[in-house]
Design a protein around this ligand. Structure first.
Ligand code: HEM
Length: 471
């Protein structure tokens, strides 16, 4: 591989065809990237197969690229499977004017139907009660928290997008939730990663076929829901994102604009992107939080003591956050340590750039290495431990930290950040008010394994917890 432009970012020597794949520890690929950044610096190149990727590492570099040069580093690179499924529509895997319109519209509507209004807080609080009922049914016996937490978090997106929640055992809801989880799991599978590197060679893998099948079924189901919503649409009273989109589309069409970005493909893809991006991430983070509480009972005690002292038996509200510095610090530290989206979603450069002395060509895939920031030893006193004091000052008041960027930064920053933060706070604090989380019988706290399972996100390895009622 020739260095056409001189000082391209350095990196390990790639092998023909395989690139640097054989050098990656596939169980912990992010550890390999951390090692490589120690050796090659904060801007380096790796080859995934024949695909060249420039990795940006450490707080200063990631922030400089994503914020100071956001016009150069702010486009999305689409992995092959996402290109096939989304076809450039929707909000997460698109670029250009269509992306801008969808992002702006989604943000406005998340505000209207979601985080801006008291209504959303009430929806989350209502959902907390349903989740508590499910946890109570286990009567302190060990269970896997994945399914109930997924359902609760998915219902928040349903409320915002469709305008109503579902019962957890509703077959339509169950298939939406299960299929979305399956698509996310398959997208992170090794065979799909390999398909991304060698699309023409690995077109016929079973995982790719399954993703396509499940994705089509989800799309069809969404279209059925949209048809139902259309029949009862009242432009004066939009129930959610879908209603608002349909009204905008109708208005544009009535004024003779037929080539706008408000078309059916953008509607269904944006809804599916909000669903996928807004469920797995939040529910995985919540499950990390509960697992960490079971592993570190002293920290759990301290959270519960604060909740008892400040809130007592009443329902926690968003306004309470400022009076719960320790609980807030524990949630932030959970996000920092678990770093569930290690390399954000892939970006790409919109033009040639010389960045920190390195030449990067237009169209190069960029990985903003968020874990390197969240675990940056220059920023965090104990980067690899669970240490809520990272977010507390000497008086035990909560302190914001600039290097806390689990939602990334710049123009592609997570669209659901405010919603996610509200959900994490209300679900976590309410659950901790009602339950004490402990390992399954026969498992010690030390034995609870924090090694993540690597997929599209880093999730806790399969485990069970007991939720012992404490209210
Ligand atoms: C993108 C993290 C929750 C919707 C992202 C990105 C990250 C992220 C790291 C990629 C940013 C980049 O490419 O630089 C998280 C975490 C969450 C969370 C850690 C929860 C703890 C949510 C929620 C929603 C959401 C609740 C929806 C309501 C999106 C969308 C994008 C995105 C649509 C793509 C944005 C774009 O390409 O313009 N998120 N997210 N996320 N997130 Fe989130």
């Amino acid at each position: 591989i020739t260095q056409k432009h001189g000082n391209e970012p350095p990196g390990p020597r790639p092998l023909p065809l395989f690139g640097n794949l054989l050098q990656l520890d596939l169980k912990k690929p992010y550890n390999t990237l951390l090692e490589l950044s120690k050796k090659y610096g904060s801007v380096f190149t790796v080859y995934l197969g024949t695909k060249k990727v420039v990795v940006l590492s450490g707080y200063k570099t990631v922030k400089e690229a994503l914020v100071d040069y956001d016009d150069v580093f702010g486009d999305r690179n689409q992995p092959e499977i996402m290109r096939e499924l989304s076809q450039g529509h929707g909000v997460a895997w698109s670029n250009g004017d269509s992306w801008k319109e969808m992002r702006r519209f989604a943000l406005t509507n998340l505000r209207d139907f979601g985080m801006g209004k008291r209504a959303c807080e009430d929806k989350i609080i209502e959902e907390c009660q349903y989740l508590i009922e499910v946890f109570k049914k286990f009567q302190g016996e060990a269970f896997d928290t994945t399914q109930p937490v997924n359902c609760a978090v998915s219902n928040i997106i349903c409320s915002i997008v469709y305008g109503s929640r579902f019962e957890y055992n509703d077959p339509e809801f169950k298939s939406l939730v299960d299929r979305t989880a399956r698509i996310i799991r398959l997208s992170g599978s090794p065979s799909i990663q390999i398909f991304d590197m060698f699309p023409s060679l690995f077109k016929w893998t079973a995982d790719r076929n399954e993703i396509h099948k499940i994705f089509s079924a989800n799309k069809k189901q969404n279209q059925t829901i949209f048809s139902r919503l259309k029949e009862t649409l009242n432009p004066q009273m939009c129930r959610g994102f879908v209603d608002a989109f349909l009204v905008r589309k109708q208005n544009l069409e009535e004024s003779g604009i037929t080539n706008s970005h408000f078309h059916n493909e953008n509607l269904v893809m944006t809804v599916m992107h909000l669903f996928a991006a807004g469920t797995e991430t939040t529910s995985t983070t919540l499950r990390w939080g509960l697992l960490l509480m079971a592993k570190y009972p002293k920290i759990q005690d301290e959270v519960q003591e604060e909740l008892r002292r400040v809130i007592g038996d009443r329902q926690v509200q968003v306004a309470d956050r400022k009076n719960l510095p320790f609980t807030d610090a524990v949630i932030h530290e959970t996000q920092r340590l678990s770093s569930i989206v290690p390399t954000a979603l892939p970006h790409k450069t919109t033009q040639d750039i010389t960045f920190q002395g390195h030449f990067i060509e237009k169209g190069t895939t960029i990985f903003p290495f968020l874990t390197s920031v969240l675990h940056d030893p220059n920023e965090w006193e104990r980067p690899h431990s669970f240490y809520p004091a990272h977010f507390l000052d000497k008086e035990k008041k909560f302190v914001k930290r600039d290097a806390f960027i689990p939602f990334s930064a710049g123009r592609r920053i997570c669209l659901g950040e405010s919603l996610a933060r509200m959900e994490l706070f209300l679900f976590f604090a309410t659950l901790l008010q009602h339950f004490c989380f402990t390992p399954a019988p026969g498992v010690s706290e030390d034995e609870l394994d924090l090694t993540p399972s690597v997929g599209l996100t880093l999730s806790p390895s399969p485990h069970k917890l007991c939720a012992v009622s404490c209210m």
